[in-house]
Design a binder for this molecule. Structure first.
Ligand SMILES: *Cc1c(COP(=O)(O)O)cnc(C)c1O
Length: 221
C-alpha cells in the first residue's frame, strides 16, 4: 500500500479524537513529502541533527515532534521550531528547555516520559519522579514551559495482557494528574502512547496521540 493509503487506514481506525504522529526517523524527505501531500502535518523524529536537517528542507507548516531521548546540550538546536517534546525524562532537561525557551522568547510544550515497560533500557521517569517535577512546575519554576501530558513506551512484546497492563497503568496515572494536580489546567490534555504494533490497544486504553512509523513508511533498516 502507498504511504497515503496507510495514513488513511490508520486515521479511519483511530477516529478524529486521536492525533496521529507520523514517525519519519531514518526516512528520506521524499517519503515525508508524500505523507505531507496526503495531508499529514505532524511528524516525529528521535535524533536532533536529523530533525533540524528535515525542518530546514521541508515545508514550514510541518509540526516537528521530538520523540527520542534528548540530551540537554542539544535542546538549543530544536528550541526555535519544535512543536512538542515527548521525552522529558529529567529535571535537568526540563531546566534546559526552560532556558532555551526564554532565549527564543517562546513557550515550549512538553510531555513527561513515564517509564512503563519492563525492559531496563527504556528512558523515562517513575510516577514519583514525575510528581516531583510537576510540583516544581506548579511553583512556576518553568514559566516558559507548558506540560501538556504524558508519554509512554510499552514493552516490546506481543503479549496483550502485558501491553494492556502498561497502557492502562499510564492512563490511570494521567487521569489522576488531570483530576488532581492539573484540575484547573485544561492544557494538560495529551496522552502519547501507541506505536505501529500496539496503537489499537493503546487507543482502546485511552491514548490521545499515537506515534506510528513502520506501519506508514515501511520497516526501518
Ligand atoms: C521509532 C519510534 C516510534 C515508532 O515506532 P514504529 O514501531 O515504527 O511505529 C514511536 N515512538 C518512539 C519513541 C520511537 O522511537
Amino acid at each position: 500500500m502507498s504511504i497515503a493509503a496507510n495514513i488513511q487506514k490508520i486515521r479511519e481506525e483511530i477516529g478524529p479524537q486521536v492525533k496521529l504522529i507520523a514517525v519519519s526517523k531514518t526516512k528520506p524527505n521524499e517519503m515525508i513529502q508524500e505523507a505531507y501531500n496526503a495531508g499529514q502535518r505532524a511528524f516525529g523524529e528521535n535524533k536532533v541533527q536529523e530533525m533540524v536537517a528535515k525542518f530546514e528542507q521541508l515545508p514550514k507548516d510541518i509540526e516537528w515532534h521530538m520523540i527520542g531521548h534528548l540530551q540537554s546540550n542539544k535542546v538549543k538546536y530544536i528550541a526555535p521550531f519544535v512543536h512538542l517534546i515527548h521525552s522529558i525524562d529529567s529535571q535537568k532537561l526540563l531546566e534546559t528547555v526552560q532556558k532555551e525557551a526564554v532565549k527564543n522568547n517562546k513557550t515550549i510544550d512538553v510531555l513527561l516520559q513515564i517509564y512503563i515497560a519492563s525492559e531496563e533500557t527504556k528512558f523515562g521517569l517513575s510516577e514519583e519522579e514525575a510528581l516531583d517535577l510537576i510540583h516544581l512546575y506548579k511553583q512556576n519554576k518553568y514559566s516558559n514551559i507548558r506540560v501538556r501530558g504524558l508519554m509512554g513506551m510499552a514493552s516490546l512484546t506481543d503479549d496483550r495482557n502485558t501491553l494492556n497492563r502498561e497502557f492502562s497503568g499510564l492512563k490511570a496515572f494521567w487521569d489522576s494528574l488531570k483530576s488532581e494536580e492539573f484540575i484547573n489546567n485544561p492544557e494538560f490534555d495529551t496522552l502519547s502512547m501507541g506505536m505501529s504494533g500496539d496503537y489499537g490497544l493503546a487507543v482502546d486504553c485511552g491514548s490521545t496521540m499515537i506515534r506510528v512509523g513502520s506501519s506508514i513508511f515501511g520497516s526501518r533498516a
